[in-house]
Design a protein. Structure first.
Ligand code: PMP
Length: 392
């Protein structure tokens, strides 16, 4: 009988390389302070709950009411019996919010990238992608038969050189994260759009970390740069600032209609639970009616980043609430993160292969929920452990 020998060897190799990451179990829901299994309370600076919406009373209430009305599950994929009125309402709301003709909702941001890229790219097309784009974009591209070109991170000269050579393809699609998830820097979207227009390419932006964060009312990077009508595919998640789970693309009606028929992750996976759709509808209203949440997020992020820099930490190119502190090689980075947790601060270690071997970091995510006292507590822990490790 076959056994798990090979799997055990692979696991040991990960451990030997100092790259093994066990799961941490939390006793309560996502919040500024959270309880580790066993009861220890720690300050949370690793969640994507940018605005603290996971606990918003209006979203909870909407979820409860939708559960009462529709039940706990959608019962089917969207194309059979799983398109409930609440899914339709969410898509209309998202399209209006993003200023596009249409929107299509998927089960996660990850499956959105897989489904959208898979349905719009064929063998005669070329996709041109920033080297630091998210794993779900990389995997989504791999699933297509399109030709692939990678440009160095935010290198617009290289992007132009690639576009110049790609005139003979049926279709050119330039793909970028709006906010890069590991470095917290912002894509130069205006230049990307101008180059795409010059060379007749479509523009695809993954706003997972920009939705609810950048732009008026958190409308994302297209709004932030004033590029309405010039970005063809705006991807968003419902799992980060929106506080629930799911993903979507805001695009043209024609593109939506094609994806309903072609996007495999849409076609072959059951639709979002009604409670989730309802809470996301409520969240879009909250973004509009409570702008102070986004304002607080940005003032927290900017003041915390400034302070870290003054203290001598290397925060890379961060310009958003994602603030990495670069530590170095994987084992040392994970040890740094563990020491912070001992001090009561959860700052996730991110190591190779997610980032390059020498660029291991703890990735701090500031949220609107953090108080001045919370940020002072985080700074004290970082200074203490930072000195121990000689990084400041
Ligand atoms: N795109 C980017 C840029 C992301 O950072 C993430 C989340 N890590 C995703 C997509 C996937 O989103 P989700 O967690 O909703 O699947």
């Amino acid at each position: 009988m076959a056994n798990f020998d090979v799997i055990a060897q692979e696991l040991q190799a990960l451990k030997d390389a100092g790259r093994y990451r066990p799961l941490t179990v939390w006793e309560d829901g996502s919040d500024a302070w959270m309880t580790l299994e066993g009861g220890k309370r720690v300050l949370q600076m690793s969640s994507n709950n940018y605005l603290g919406l996971t606990h918003h009373p209006k979203m909870k209430q909407a979820a409860i009411e939708a559960t009462e009305k529709y039940g706990v599950g959608a019962g089917s994929v969207r194309t059979i019996t799983g398109t409930l009125a609440i899914h339709d309402e969410l898509e209309q709301k998202l399209a209006a919010f993003k200023g596009t003709e249409a929107a299509l909702v998927f089960q996660s941001g990850f499956t959105t990238n897989q489904g959208v890229l898979g349905s719009i790219l064929g063998a005669d097309d070329v996709v041109i992608s920033d080297e630091l784009n998210h794993a779900s974009i990389i995997d989504g591209i791999r699933l297509t038969k399109a030709s692939r070109k990678i440009f160095a991170h935010k290198d617009m000269d290289q992007l132009e050189a690639v576009l110049k050579e790609c005139g003979s393809y049926r279709q050119r699609v330039v793909v970028t994260d709006g906010v890069f998830s590991m470095d917290g820097d912002i894509a130069p979207l205006t230049t990307i759009v101008e180059l795409a227009e010059k060379y007749d390419a479509l523009v695809y932006v993954d706003d997972a970390h920009a939705s609810g964060v950048l732009g008026k009312h958190g409308k994302g990077s297209t709004d932030h740069f004033g590029l309405h009508g010039r970005v063809h595919f705006q991807i968003g998640t419902l799992s980060k600032a929106i506080g629930a789970v799911g993903g979507y693309v805001a695009t043209s009606q024609a593109a939506k209609d094609l994806m309903i028929n072609n996007a495999r992750s849409f076609l072959f996976s059951t639709s979002l639970p009604p409670s989730v759709a309802a809470s996301c509808i409520a969240a879009i209203d909250v973004l509009k009616t409570e702008p102070e949440l986004t304002e607080r997020l940005w003032s927290n992020a900017n003041s915390f980043r400034d302070t870290l820099k003054k203290e001598g930490f290397n925060t890379g190119d961060s310009e958003t609430p994602i603030i990495p502190i670069i530590v170095g090689e994987p084992a040392r980075t994970l040890e740094f993160s563990k020491r912070l947790l001992d001090e009561g601060l959860c700052a996730q270690g991110i190591v190779y292969p997610t980032v390059s071997m020498d660029k291991g970091r703890v990735r701090m995510i500031v949220t609107a929920q953090h108080t001045d006292e919370d940020l002072a507590f985080a700074l004290d822990a970082l200074k203490k452990v930072g000195r121990e490790f000689g990084i400041i």
